[in-house]
Design a protein around this ligand. Structure first.
Ligand code: ZN
Length: 358
């Protein structure tokens, strides 16, 4: 370990800034127009605005990030054609679809996106290329009241983009499933029974994940249930499972933090006595590595929020595989017992024939 960096006079401000990141999920107030709930209600109505396809034809579904593709595939169960848009391993927050995606959208009956302003360029392309009969379904926007949006260091309220990572919270992922089921049942009623039973079976799996994460989290003393991550993907999870977000390092413009911010974070890590800090496999961070080195804290750089494990067709290339991996990784590194998560059966409930761009 190198010599300790001198504490900068900015520490107090930094501590305050990072304290604000914590799991305060209901203090964000009204949306920009002051209309509580209106955005959520409109989003849900839009999800259900697609026309029913003729009996005997196949529903064409587009999806944005890979976790959503996997969730939709489990509900659709091989009865629909599913095409992902955002390639795995890319920065989904800055992703701009190539013009060729327009052709996919032109044959899409419903596109499932995350929403909360994650995929604006894809939404714009969809607005001009989706058929009139199609639906644009922003799952996060449809399931989460505006009052529950989380804003923090990486997603400051002033920037207008709330933290969009709802899917890493098993409880919120289960709400996605309900909306997806309702959309598929409405647009393709011939297969309603299958969609309904797939959704029920998948919800059981998500409830098992929920219970396992709760049990494994409880093996950590409260003072160790703390996350300092590079990419800010676990804010809703933390709020729902009693974890504290110490901070996320990635600034809102996805650049690197300034040297002064790094110095402040080093002081913050030392004073918090956190046992491990977490980088993201999609965003390798020399800065987090430096913080780990200078604080003597274990640096784990493999978390992932929208890049599934393995490759398409692999058993663990799935949303459930991703969640199992992340929460086992976190709880192991912090000294807890993640056995109950490791023992989950993460098999998909239905065949996943979706196209996952790489
Ligand atoms: Zn992300």
């Amino acid at each position: 370990m190198t010599s300790l960096r001198k504490t900068s006079p900015q520490v107090a401000a930094a501590v305050l800034a990072f304290a604000l990141i914590g799991g305060c999920s209901s203090a964000s107030g009204n949306d920009a127009t002051g209309q509580r709930g209106d955005i959520q209600g409109k989003a849900l109505a839009q999800c259900l605005s697609g026309q029913t396809i003729p009996a005997g034809s196949t529903l064409n579904i587009s999806t944005t990030v890979a976790p959503i593709t996997s969730i939709v595939a489990n509900v659709a169960g091989g009865l629909a054609q599913i095409t992902g848009i955002v390639p795995e391993g890319t920065n989904s927050h800055t992703f701009e679809p190539s013009p060729s995606v327009a052709a996919t959208l032109a044959h899409t009956d419903v596109i499932f996106a995350n929403g909360l302003i994650l995929e604006e360029p894809t939404k714009e392309l969809a607005a001009t290329n989706l058929p009139k009969s199609a639906a644009l379904c922003e799952l996060g926007t449809a399931v989460l009241p505006v009052d529950d949006y989380i804003y923090d260091f990486s997603f400051p309220k002033a920037g207008g983009k709330p933290n969009p990572h709802l899917w890493t919270d098993p409880k919120l992922a289960a709400r996605y499933v309900t909306v997806i089921r309702d959309v598929l049942v409405k647009m393709d009623p011939s297969n309603a029974a299958s969609y309904t039973s797939n959704a029920a079976a998948y919800t059981v799996k998500l409830n098992e994940l929920d219970a396992a994460v709760t049990t494994a989290s409880a093996t950590l003393p409260a003072e160790d249930r703390k996350l300092l991550t590079y990419h800010d993907a676990y804010a809703y999870f933390a709020a729902d499972y009693g974890w504290q977000i110490l901070g996320a390092i990635q600034p809102s413009d996805f650049a690197e933090p300034t040297p002064r911010e790094v110095g402040d974070l080093i002081a913050q890590v030392k004073s918090s006595k956190v046992k491990a800090i977490f980088g993201s496999e999609v965003f390798p961070s020399a800065v987090l590595q430096q913080i780990g080195r200078e604080t003597g804290v274990t640096y784990v750089d493999v978390l992932r929020d929208d890049d599934l494990l393995g490759k398409p067709g692999d058993a663990d290339h799935s949303f459930l595989g991703l969640m199992q991996f992340d929460y086992v990784t976190m709880i192991d590194a912090l000294g807890g017992d993640a056995t109950v998560i490791r023992n989950l059966n993460i098999t998909n409930v239905a065949p996943d024939n979706a196209k996952y761009p790489q």
